[in-house]
Structure formats: C-alpha cells, structure tokens
Design a protein around this ligand. Structure first.
Ligand code: DAH
Length: 341
C-alpha cells in the first residue's frame, strides 16, 4: 500500500487543469466519498497493526497534498479567467462622466441664512422634532385654550402626557434657555410639522429657522438692525424692510417683517399683489413670561426672537410656485439649482 501511496504522491504534483470544471472533476476523482482517497482509507483497515502508523501518516500526507494541489489549481484557473477579462481593458479610453449632484434648494437657502447670522455671532442650536407640550407651547406662553394646540394644527403622537411633532422651531428657544445662561445668541434651523391638507401653498411639513438673542439691554433697535442686515445680505443691498405690529404668544411686542418686493423692486407686481411688499418673517421681543419659564431673570435680561419659513425665503429667491416641488425629488427640478456651497 505504501508503494501505491508514493506513486500517487508523485503523480499529484503534475496533475493539471485549465478550467473550473476540470478542477471539480479532479476533486471528485480524488477527494469525494467515492474517490481514490476514500477507497484507500477503506483498504487501510486491512493494513497489519505494526504498519498502521507509517501507512496512516503517509495516507494523511497524501490527502493534504491532493487538497493543496486542487486548491492551487482552482486559484490558478480563477486568476487565468481574471487576466483574460483584463485583455479587454482599455486604459486609454475616456471614462464616462459621473454627473455631479446639486444641493437641494432648501439646503442652499438654509446655509445662506445660517451664514448671514453666523457673521453676526450666532451659533447653531438644534432640538428634537418629536416634542412635548412644554417646549412647543406652554413654556412659550401659549394659553391653555390657544387654538394652535388644537389637533387641527398639531400632529399628536400621544395625549396626556402630550407627545407631538413640533409645529415650529421656537421650541428650540426653550431647549437652549433651560440649559444655557445669557448671553445667548443662537440660530435653529429645522423641520416642523402641521396638520394641513397638502396643496401648492401648504404642506404638512416644512422648514423654519429661528433666531434668539438674550443678553442685558437687548432692545427693539437691535432686532430691527439685525433684520435690516439680514434682508440686505439675503436679497440685495437695495432691499427695504417694514415692520407691522402683530401677535405671537411668546413675544411682546410682536411684529411681522415685510421686505420690498424683490421681483418688482417695490413698484408693485402680481407677486406682491401690487403692494410693493412681501411678508417674510415673524419677530418680537421675548415675552418676560418666556424668560421666567426658562429660569432667566427677566428684570436683568431681555431678548429678541425671530422665525422664518425656509420655503418662503426660497420662493422669494427662486420663484418656486408649488410647495410640493420641494419634497417630490424630481431631478429635473433639483438640477436647476447649482451652488458652489
Ligand atoms: N414660531 C412662529 C411660527 O411658527 C414664527 C415666529 C414668530 C418665531 C415670531 C419667533 C417670533 O421667534 O418671534 O409662525
């Protein structure tokens, strides 16, 4: 039997294969249950006990040798196949151009708003989209029966205790004031949700940017100057602003800001409904009740806040007529917006 093993050992180093099928055939011939090695294992039973050790060792060596050889052949065949494929590779060929993506218009405008406020020393703050009543309403001085708490406007996830989707980024004001002592100068971009029927002019989610400045002696003049700077940076140096008295629970006094229509330059057109002005944001002096609710002494500190819709600003810059375009992800629409940012 030893002779048979040795003969096979010699033969093995010279076996060849040129395809995966041939390698497989060799595996079956030698290593399968009905293969030669199995047959020799059977014969091994009749080897006299005194030779068992030597013959057993030789048989194991043979099995390892064959296994190695077949594995080597398998790798060689695979490598050969790979290099055949490489023959077709033309390294001088001009590559297909990968089309460059574009930023989403809302991202472009959000970044622009942030960078304007950053130049004024504001830093970014973020808060959760899933909120509680305290941060979205109560801390912001909403009366218990304020209609904005109504399910018409707010998506509630759970009642009592209320868990809801934030309806505005003003909630981040509270999140920051709870943990940070003045001076506070933050800008909070984010997505907000309202229970509205989706149409060209309304959506159940949209984006806002909130700004908050709290320090000693912050005045309405600071607010107005900040707004004027923002409007000129965003819409051009000739832009004028106008503040109209308004009401928000969390600011007193409150105002809405219009800018001179950037389409007609204030002369009057269909976009500004022939008034020469378009509304862009809400603002005001932080109501002392809000400061106190967040643990800030309203006798020592005052502040201003403002909030704007990013879709609204984007519409003004790019005249997107239908709000739904922003979330449909039609590449023909998205490709129209290129930006270096
Ligand atoms: N949170 C208001 C809204 O969603 C916008 C707003 C108005 C924010 C006045 C403010 C503000 O910070 O002072 O309509």
């Amino acid at each position: 039997m030893i002779d048979k093993i040795n003969a096979l050992k010699e033969k093995i180093s010279s076996i060849k294969a040129t395809s995966a099928e041939e390698v497989e055939a060799l595996r079956i011939k030698y290593l399968s249950k009905k293969g030669e090695i199995s047959a020799m294992m059977n014969d091994f039973r009749s080897v006299p006990p005194e030779s068992k050790k030597i013959v057993g060792q030789a048989l194991n060596e043979l099995k390892n040798l064959i296994t190695d050889r077949i594995n080597t052949l398998r790798e060689e065949v695979a490598a050969q196949k790979g290099s055949e494929r490489l023959k077709d590779l033309d390294l001088t060929r001009t590559p297909a151009v990968t089309p460059l993506g574009t930023r989403h218009p809302l991202s472009i405008v959000r970044e622009e708003i942030i960078s304007i406020f950053r130049r004024l020393g504001f830093s970014i703050a973020e808060g959760p989209e899933i909120e509680d009543d305290w941060h979205v309403f109560s801390s912001l001085n909403f009366a218990a029966d304020h209609p904005a708490r109504d399910m018409q406007d707010t998506f509630f996830i759970q009642r009592e205790p209320d868990v809801l989707l934030r309806t505005h980024t003003s909630s981040v004001q509270t999140r920051v004031m709870e943990h940070q002592k003045p001076p506070i100068r933050i800008i909070c971009p984010g997505r907000v949700y309202r229970n509205e029927a989706i149409s060209a002019r309304a959506h159940c989610f949209f984006h806002q940017v909130e700004a908050l400045y709290v320090d000693k002696n912050v005045s309405f003049a600071d607010l107005r100057q900040t707004l004027l700077y923002f409007a000129k940076e965003m819409f051009g140096n000739d832009t004028k602003i106008r503040l109209r008295p308004s009401y928000f629970p969390f600011t007193e006094p409150s105002a809405e800001m219009d800018i001179s229509c950037n389409l007609c330059g204030g002369k009057g057109c269909s976009f500004c409904k022939h008034t020469g002005w378009v509304e862009i944001l809400g603002c005001g002096m932080v109501d002392p009740n809000v400061l106190e609710a967040c643990g800030i002494d309203s006798k020592e500190y005052s502040g201003f806040a403002l909030g704007m819709g990013i879709e609204r600003i984007t519409n003004l810059k790019y005249q997107v007529k239908d709000l739904r375009m922003f979330s449909e992800n039609d590449v023909r629409f998205l490709k129209e917006f290129t930006s270096a940012r």
